[in-house]
Each structure stands twice: as C-alpha cells, then as structure tokens.
Write a protein that binds this ligand. Structure first.
Ligand code: PTJ
Length: 258
C-alpha cells in the first residue's frame, strides 16, 4: 500500500515503512520494530516536534562533536535503516568513522549494515572486524575497534543500551545519545541526551555542526565560548525540563485534542 501524502500521519507511517523495509533487507532486528513503537509513544507525548530542550542538547552536542579529537558515530539497525544519508553527511562533515555496533549481533547483519552505509555514502565504516572489547559488558555491544570506538573521545550513539552507555562513560568517553525516552537508563547516563526523534535530530546536528565549524573558522565563536557552553549544560536539568514539557502539554487547562 502506498501512503498518500495527504494522510495526517504521513511522516509517521512512512517512517514505519522504512523500518519494515530495513527489516526485510536484514538490516533491522525484529526487536528494533518493538523499540520503534516505544519511541513513537514518547514522540507522541512530545508533540512530534523538536522542543527547545532538544535544541539546547543538539547545540551542546554539536559543539562537542566539532571540538572532539577523535569523534565516532555508532550505528545500529534502526539508525542505519532510518537515517543512512544523514549519518553519511554528518561523518563526512566531521571526517570521522562510523562504527556498526549492534546488540542482536549476527555477522550477516553487521555486513549488510556496513554495505548499506557505504552505499549511502559513508566513507569509513568500521565494525565488521572488531579487534577489542569494552570492559564491563558481557554481550555483543562490547565488541569494538581500536580505530573507532575504543580510542575515540566523543561517541554519538543514537538508540543506545543503558549498560553500554555506562561502559563507554567508564572508559572515559563523552557520550551523546538520541533517545525519545527521557526516563531510560541511557538518557540518564549519557553526558548529553537529545530527546528527539532521530529523523529530526540528525539533520539538526548536521546543521548545528556546520554552523559551529563555520563560526569557529571565522572567529565568531572561540574555543573558550564552546567550552563554557558545554560546561554549563546539565543533562539532568534538561531531562527534567523535557519531562515537564511532556506532562505540561497534556496537563494544561487549555488542553485540546486538535
Ligand atoms: O540493531 P540492534 O541489534 O543494535 O538493536 C537495536 C535496538 C533498538 C532493538 C536495541 O538497541 C534496543 O533494544 O534498544 P532499546 O533498549 O529498546 O532502546 C531503544 C530506545 O530508543 C527506546 O528508549 C526508544 O524510546 C528509543 N527510540 C526508538 N525509536 C527512536 C528512539 N529514539 C529516537 N528516535 C527514534 N526514532
């Protein structure tokens, strides 16, 4: 069935189709479809929009990414299926590798995801031949590469697992995550949590990094400004505000179902 563009839930429906398509191609884990449903529920509460709290987190995340020495983008099945072009554009801008790192690991899916990312323009895709492990994890997401995640300083991990987020932090990395659930362990463990749909957030990050890089090179922004902005961001406070915004939208006396 082709979803008509006039359908009020067009965007949501084609996003589902893209994920199902990714599942049929062996990119997305079956469990990824369930995870997406949970994300959709939180997105509904957010009003399916980029909130000002998400914008604040995206700005700080962009600053962290453009000033990182060895940034890396970790990609799982859902991310690869939903935003491959965005991941390619962001990694290009940052000149950083992309590392396939999946929870429900099969070598076949890793290979398919790596090929899919390359087909969408990612120049350096790691993860097919892991040569190290993150300490403190007993599952496949521990597998990583020296060229990528192991020696990185800043890791962007959309749709992370809480325990790997903790393992990355324990290994001294700065972790940026994109997660629609502000209550998840990942959201509370990361240095910066962007509570937004990754389909909206990845384009925002590309623009945020582009603007920050240009401002830094033109001298309109200094490294000092960037460091101050990063240091003044509190993930905990931002998450509380997101929760407030979710509840406030529905608790308001002016609530309407338009
Ligand atoms: O490809 P694999 O094997 O690595 O598996 C990927 C999944 C997503 C299945 C795996 O990482 C997993 O089980 O994730 P969780 O623990 O279910 O967490 C997924 C989180 O992502 C939940 O908090 C969802 O709310 C959130 N989420 C789902 N879709 C989106 C999202 N956040 C942002 N944008 C989305 N589109």
């Amino acid at each position: 069935m082709k979803v008509p563009e006039s359908h009020p839930r067009y965007l949501s429906l084609i996003t589902r189709d893209r994920l199902v398509d990714g599942w049929k191609k062996g990119l997305v884990a079956t469990q990824g479809l369930i995870a997406h449903g949970r994300g959709e529920a939180f997105d509904y509460l957010l009003g399916e929009t980029t909130t000002k709290e998400a914008e604040a987190a995206e700005l700080v995340a962009s600053y962290m990414l453009v000033t990182a020495k060895k940034p890396v983008i970790s990609v799982n099945g859902n991310v690869g299926a939903l935003v491959p072009d965005g991941i390619a554009a962001l990694s290009d801008l940052l000149s950083c590798p992309v590392e396939v790192n999946i929870f429900h690991r099969t070598e076949d899916r890793v290979r398919r995801l790596a090929q899919h990312l390359e087909d969408h323009g990612c120049r350096k895709v790691l993860g097919e031949h892991p040569d190290s492990r993150l300490e403190g994890l007993d599952h496949a997401r521990a597998l990583c590469t020296r060229q990528g995640i192991l020696n990185s300083d800043v890791v962007l991990v959309p749709l992370e697992d809480g325990d790997r987020c903790q393992a990355l932090r324990s290994a001294g990395k700065k972790v940026i995550t994109i997660d629609l659930n502000p209550l998840s362990r990942t959201a509370r463990t990361a240095n910066v949590t962007i509570v937004n749909n990754l389909t909206r957030s990845v384009p925002n990050l590309i623009e945020g990094c582009r603007v920050a890089m240009e401002a830094l090179s033109m001298g309109r922004l200094t490294l000092d400004d960037v460091e101050k902005e990063i240091a003044s961001f509190s993930n905990e406070v931002n998450l509380m505000r997101v929760l407030g915004a979710m509840i406030g939208r529905y608790a308001s006396e002016n609530m309407s179902f338009e």
